[in-house]
Write a protein that binds this ligand. Structure first.
Ligand SMILES: CC(C)(COP(=O)(O)OP(=O)(O)OC[C@H]1O[C@@H](n2cnc3c(N)ncnc32)[C@H](O)[C@@H]1OP(=O)(O)O)[C@@H](O)C(=O)NCCC(=O)NCCS
Length: 171
């Protein structure tokens, strides 16, 4: 398994695989901004929307690959606000349901954090569903939880769930 960065051209070629990962996550009940019934087409639309940022350099897309199969993603998005040149957000931290608890999530997160540090983005932020696998991953990787907003988002089955906000200083 390797972790590598995809440029916009490669990401476009890999849109079906990227969409598969997101469809799998939603179907497994992960709260990643979408609701049950999320389709391949929806996945294409989402990932296509990420491409301009990847192309212009305001966003980095990393993937976990094994035998040419995409097993995970993480997106690092640089804050655009002029007064936050040191901040970035982590998103779409996804590992295929067939490949979880093998360290891919941690490896993807480590890579995104290293890239943030390299780019001078020393403050990282994210939120995740309260009590989720993501919540456990971020705590295991040294992120600091700052609080939970009850009923922040609907889980895929439409039930309101809290979101816990985290930060990590990486430089
Ligand atoms: C969250 C997610 C990316 C974790 O990926 P992963 O590859 O399984 O994580 P890792 O194997 O690297 O786990 C590293 C550590 O995180 C913690 N962890 C990860 N998943 C966990 C879980 N389901 N329950 C408890 N702890 C967990 C453990 O401490 C684990 O170390 P260990 O396996 O040695 O105990 C994966 O479960 C996933 O894609 N979930 C659906 C999408 C999602 O919710 N993403 C987060 C959105 S913000």
């Amino acid at each position: 398994m390797i972790i590598r960065q995809l440029d916009a051209a490669e990401a476009e070629l890999r849109l079906p695989d990227l969409a598969d990962l997101l469809v799998d996550a939603v179907a497994q009940g992960a709260s990643v901004n979408f609701l049950a019934g999320f389709s391949q087409t929806d996945g294409h639309v989402f990932w296509r929307g990420q491409l301009p940022g990847v192309a212009e350099g305001s966003r980095r897309l990393f993937v976990a690959v094994e035998d040419d199969r995409l097993l995970g993603t993480v997106v690092l998005t640089f804050a655009h606000q002029p007064n936050q040149p040191h901040r970035a957000d982590i998103g779409k931290m996804l590992v295929h349901s067939s490949a979880r608890r093998r360290g891919l999530g941690r490896a993807l997160l480590d890579t995104a954090e290293e890239e943030a540090r390299r780019a001078g983005r020393t403050l990282l932020c994210l939120d995740t569903e309260e009590g989720s696998a993501g919540d456990a991953l971020y705590r295991a990787c040294g992120w600091t939880p700052i609080g939970t907003i009850p009923g922040y988002a609907l889980s895929p089955d439409g039930v309101p769930a809290g979101a816990t906000f985290f930060f990590k200083r990486v430089g």
